[in-house]
Ligand binder design. Structure first.
Ligand SMILES: *[C@@H]1O[C@H](CO)[C@@H](O)[C@H](O)[C@H]1NC(C)=O
Ligand SMILES: *[C@@H]1O[C@H](CO)[C@@H](O)[C@H](O)[C@H]1NC(C)=O
Ligand SMILES: *[C@@H]1O[C@H](CO)[C@@H](O)[C@H](O)[C@H]1NC(C)=O
Ligand SMILES: *[C@@H]1O[C@H](CO)[C@@H](O)[C@H](O)[C@H]1NC(C)=O
Length: 135
């Protein structure tokens, strides 16, 4: 069960950002602001602002001041993290001498990650279908 909460902890900031950037889309109306400021301001309203900012500031040029691109990038970054965490977990699970308890916890964790990847994939597809004023 430990795996459950740690994965949720890991992934939730960006998911929350994706959601809150819908709510806070009015922030995008501020013109001529440096786009790191846009990301910083948007990340300010998330549970883990620093993690949010460091994860997304790499994409400043792509995101500009678009709440749509911000949300889409947040989902993509989260998906890519979930996938690489999955690979890492499979890798670790191949090491010898782990107790059955640890093996069981890792299995739970991998299941949870697999669900997360599936849900994120769906969200990303949905996001691509939402266009214009509908956003
Ligand atoms: C973010 O929040 C902190 C305090 O929590 C504040 O000092 C800072 O000015 C805020 N930054 C932006 C860009 O809103
Ligand atoms: C996120 O990923 C999807 C699918 O790969 C892609 O269509 C979309 O352009 C990406 N969004 C951004 C902001 O990179
Ligand atoms: C998997 O483990 C090997 C060594 O056992 C390591 O070289 C490799 O970088 C690991 N890959 C990941 C994604 O953790
Ligand atoms: C989502 O899953 C489908 C089917 O497995 C795949 O073709 C697509 O590339 C995935 N999209 C993303 C953004 O990973």
């Amino acid at each position: 069960m430990e795996g459950f909460s740690s994965i949720r902890f890991f992934a939730s900031p960006l998911i929350l950002l994706a959601i809150s950037s819908y709510i806070n889309s009015s922030l995008a109306a501020t013109p001529n602001k440096p786009s790191t400021e846009f990301i910083r301001t948007s990340c300010n309203s998330t549970t883990y602002p620093k993690l949010c900012f460091t994860s997304l500031s790499t994409y400043t040029n792509l995101i500009q001041t678009s709440p749509q691109l911000l949300a889409s990038t947040a989902l993509n970054v989260t998906l890519s993290s979930a996938k690489s965490t999955s690979v890492m977990m499979v890798n670790i699970s191949k090491s010898q001498g782990m107790s059955p308890k640890v093996v069981a916890a890792m299995k739970d964790c991998l299941e949870e990650l697999s669900d997360l990847v599936y849900e994120l994939n769906k969200s990303i597809r949905e996001m691509n279908n939402v266009k214009g004023s509908n956003f």
